[in-house]
Design a protein around this ligand. Structure first.
Ligand SMILES: *Cc1c(COP(=O)(O)O)cnc(C)c1O
Length: 380
């Protein structure tokens, strides 16, 4: 059976050009050495690859190479940014408060809730998914150490006004962290434009390999304490032998997504318009969240259970809620935070496109949605 993949927000296939680049770092005649080995050319060569990758990723986000810390992915980066900054700076600043949002990824929310002796304020988004600036301004005070708000929501595609959030936070001396996992290649931004101090990155959301990511740490005042002890790699912030093949894979994936962003954004925008038009024709469908990135579309189909809708179109890969909490049938915490009822949450579907999405895939998706929704509605 031919299948069409519309779950690129949970992960993406690795681009062939990325695979080629990664392979060079794995074989005996390639750059397989330990980048931390300083006594022979195998180590030096691997280190050169890693530093090329560091400059490439830094360049893609407008940072300096010394501001990039390799991690295992955005989950670890979120943990390192939040736990690490609190540990490193609570004594020097005397601050003990973190502000975040209910619509954040679990890697942020759960990390915050596991911190001892920290006052965590979790803001409810408005029904469009955006932060409420008044609530943020009210919560910000001289005790606020960190504000953590993602740039692009992975379930709804909503884009937060990080620039404004960062300005407010900096005015009162707080640091700003943003989960950027869904924002690469889908929006034009740099860390300076956003004004953030910490940013979490992941490779596998942009056609790179799983298991590799980075944390952007602004040079200067912002510090993070290491969360695992060992060889004190990455200037003491993250120990562990650097996986050169994963790292060059991430860099090549970032380089490609930046180079191709302009055309890709327009192409994915057109696809989203096409999907929205079909959903409009079907009637009884609400799009969730303010229009954001081109590759994520979340919608609620009145009176149709999301699980049943997915079962009725087995050739189409989409998701309900987020794959990260797919083990339970609880409706998405993001949609609930935006005020959707439990039933509306359970009637919601996320469609996410990517570089490998073709016109044929889109036709298949739209035909399947039309057919499955009318079948389920007429049998209800
Ligand atoms: C996928 C995702 C993560 C988790 O990233 P990993 O690299 O898989 O750990 C975190 N935040 C957001 C917004 C994501 O989309």
């Amino acid at each position: 059976m031919r299948t069409a993949y519309f779950d690129n927000a949970s992960t993406t296939p690795v681009d062939k050009r990325v695979i080629d680049k990664m392979q060079l770092c794995l074989s005996p005649d390639g750059t397989f050495g330990n980048p931390a080995s300083t006594t022979h050319s195998f180590g030096w060569m691997a280190s050169e690859e890693v530093e090329w990758a560091r400059e490439t990723v830094a360049d893609c986000i407008g940072a300096g190479p010394r501001e990039i810390i390799w991690t295992s992915g955005a989950t670890e980066s979120d943990n390192l940014a939040i736990r690490g900054s609190v540990q490193a700076m609570r004594a020097s600043t005397g601050r003990t408060k973190i502000i975040t949002m209910e619509s954040e990824h679990k890697a942020v929310i759960d990390t915050c809730s596991h911190l001892d002796d920290v006052d965590v304020v979790v803001l409810k988004p408005k029904s469009c998914g955006l932060v409420c600036m008044d609530a943020l301004a009210k919560a910000l005070d001289e005790n606020t150490l960190l504000v953590s708000v993602m740039l692009v929501n992975n379930e709804t595609g909503v884009v937060q006004p990080i620039q404004t959030i960062a300005r407010l936070a900096h005015d009162i001396g707080a640091f700003v962290h943003s989960d950027l996992a869904q924002a690469v290649g889908k929006l034009q931004w740099t860390v300076d434009q956003l004004g953030i101090d910490l940013g979490s990155l992941s490779a596998h959301k942009v056609h790179g390999p799983k298991g590799i990511g980075a944390l952007y740490v602004r040079g200067g005042r912002c510090q993070v304490a290491e969360q695992q002890h060992g060889g004190r790699h990455e200037r003491g912030m993250r120990s562990g032998t650097l996986p050169a093949h994963q790292i060059v894979g991430m860099a090549e994936a970032y380089r490609l997504s930046k180079t191709e962003a302009y055309c890709e954004i327009q192409r994915l925008d057109r696809i989203r318009d096409q999907i929205e038009e079909t959903l409009g024709d079907l009637g009884g469908v609400q799009i969730n969240g303010k229009r954001g990135v081109p590759h994520i579309l979340n919608f609620t189909v009145d009176g149709v259970d999301g699980e049943r809708l997915m079962a009725a179109m087995p050739q189409i890969a989409v998701s309900t809620g987020s794959a990260c909490n797919a083990a339970t049938i609880e409706p998405s915490h993001v949609l609930q935070a935006m005020g959707l009822s439990r039933q509306q949450g359970l009637s919601s579907i996320r469609v996410s496109t990517g570089r490998m999405t073709t016109e044929d895939d889109v036709t298949m998706l739209l035909d399947s949605l039309r057919y499955a929704i009318s079948q389920l509605r007429s049998s209800a």
